[in-house]
Each structure stands twice: as C-alpha cells, then as structure tokens.
Design a protein around this ligand. Structure first.
Ligand code: AMP
Length: 221
C-alpha cells in the first residue's frame, strides 16, 4: 500500500532479486493491455488516463487469472497496487482461501506526504518497454537516475512520462488513495493481517533494506 510515487514498484522489483517471489503490478498489467490494444485495454484506457480506479470486478478478474497461474508454482507473491478498495481486499482473501489454505497475507504500507508525491511524480520517467516498465527519477538527489539520460539501464529502451503523471490525474489518484486508505487498513486490521508501516521519505535502497528484514522474519502478528 502507498500513494502513487511512494516506491511500491521500485521496492517490489528489488525484492525479486533477493527472494524467490513473483510480482504483479496491476498498474503495469493495465498499461500492457492498453499498449496491446486488447479488449480489456480499450475498456480501461479512459480510467487510467484520468487517474480513476478500474472497476473492482474487472481488476479482480485480472488478478485471479494471474494468481491461478503463479500460486501453484511459487513460494509467494508480491501484489503491487492491489488491493486498493475493501471490495478488492475481500475478493483477494477469498481467492487465497480458494487456492491455497496455507497462504498468509502481509501488508506493507509505504508512507509519504502529498507534497512529496507531487515532487516525485513531476520528475518520474518509466521505461517504454511494456515488459520492463522500470521507474526512474530525474531528481538531483535521487538514487533512481538512469546511467544514460532517457535510456533504460536494463533493456536500453526509451524513457517516457506516464500519461497519468499530469497534475489533474495525480490529484485525482491521491484523492482516491486517501478515500480508501483508512477503510482498507481497518479491513486488514480486523482480519488480523500484519501491517508494517514504512517511512517512504528515505531513499528506496534504505526502505528496501527494512522490507528485506521484515520478509526474512516470520511475518506473524
Ligand atoms: P499504478 O501503476 O499502481 O499507479 O496504477 C495506475 C492506474 O492503474 C491506477 O490509477 C488505476 O487506474 C489502475 N489500477 C491499478 N491498480 C488498480 C486497482 N487495484 N484497482 C483499480 N484500478 C487500478
């Protein structure tokens, strides 16, 4: 959990280098559908551009399809950007129960101020390659600068701004995040899931070190 620009994607991708987990970013998945001009892509293009949430039933179906494929063949999954509403959280819990009784859900909440979100997203670039989508920052003090300006360090594709990283869409996304934040936390607490609160104002490498330690420890309450 965390507002846009908190570092959810960056930190989850760092976890993949260290743990044998699979990761799903629902935002990346949506952008891939749009790039491929799939039927789903055509339905969701408007929501993404304007910073609105995609309807729960559609996003839950997309996550269910993915979990169905990966859960039987991996030790765990990182869901980046899902669930974002209580209906999604409830659906996730049901999916987990259905697919793997031993699965335990842990929540990592990265906290940053709205001011910091605005600053970060103005300087954010992502890799244009739909299977890569690594995030960069052109902020002077950032550790996410690309080695060569405008080029992805990993796949050498071009770096671009996201369509929803404009002022109006960012405002909308932030408002939506805050609308659901407390109910979602309440739901996770009521269900007895462990929640780790992380200070996201620190460089992503430092936040990642903390996440790494928390994942190594058994995530019991
Ligand atoms: P993100 O890359 O996580 O910032 O997500 C980008 C956009 O994808 C969001 O603004 C939504 O339009 C859509 N999206 C991603 N995840 C979800 C979700 N769990 N529920 C609804 N919409 C989502």
């Amino acid at each position: 959990m965390g507002p846009p620009g908190a570092g959810k994607g960056t930190i989850s991708k760092q976890c993949l280098d260290v743990f044998s987990l699979k990761q799903l970013s629902t935002g990346d998945l949506c952008r891939r559908h749009i790039k491929d001009r799939s039927q789903i892509g055509q339905r969701i293009d408007f929501y993404i551009k304007s910073g609105k949430l995609i309807p729960d039933d559609l996003i839950v179906q997309m996550v269910e399809n993915w979990l169905f494929e990966v859960l039987p063949v991996c030790e765990g999954v990182i869901l980046d950007g899902f669930p974002r509403t209580v209906a999604q959280a409830y659906a996730l819990q049901e999916l987990i129960k259905k697919q793997s009784a031993e699965c335990e859900l842990s929540v990592f909440k990265i906290e940053i101020s709205d001011y910091e979100v605005m600053q970060r997203l103005q300087d954010r670039y992502i890799c244009i390659d739909k299977s890569c989508q690594v995030v960069y920052s052109y902020r002077k003090e950032s550790n996410l600068m690309p080695q060569v300006e405008g080029i992805c360090d990993y796949c050498k594709s071009q770096l671009v701004r996201r369509k929803d990283d404009n002022f109006n869409a960012i405002e909308h996304r932030l408002k939506t995040y805050h609308t659901f934040e407390q109910c979602l936390l309440g739901f996770f607490q009521d269900m007895g899931h462990r929640i780790a609160f992380l200070n996201g104002h620190r460089p992503s490498d430092i936040v990642f070190q903390e996440v790494k330690k928390l994942i190594r420890k058994p995530l019991s309450c």
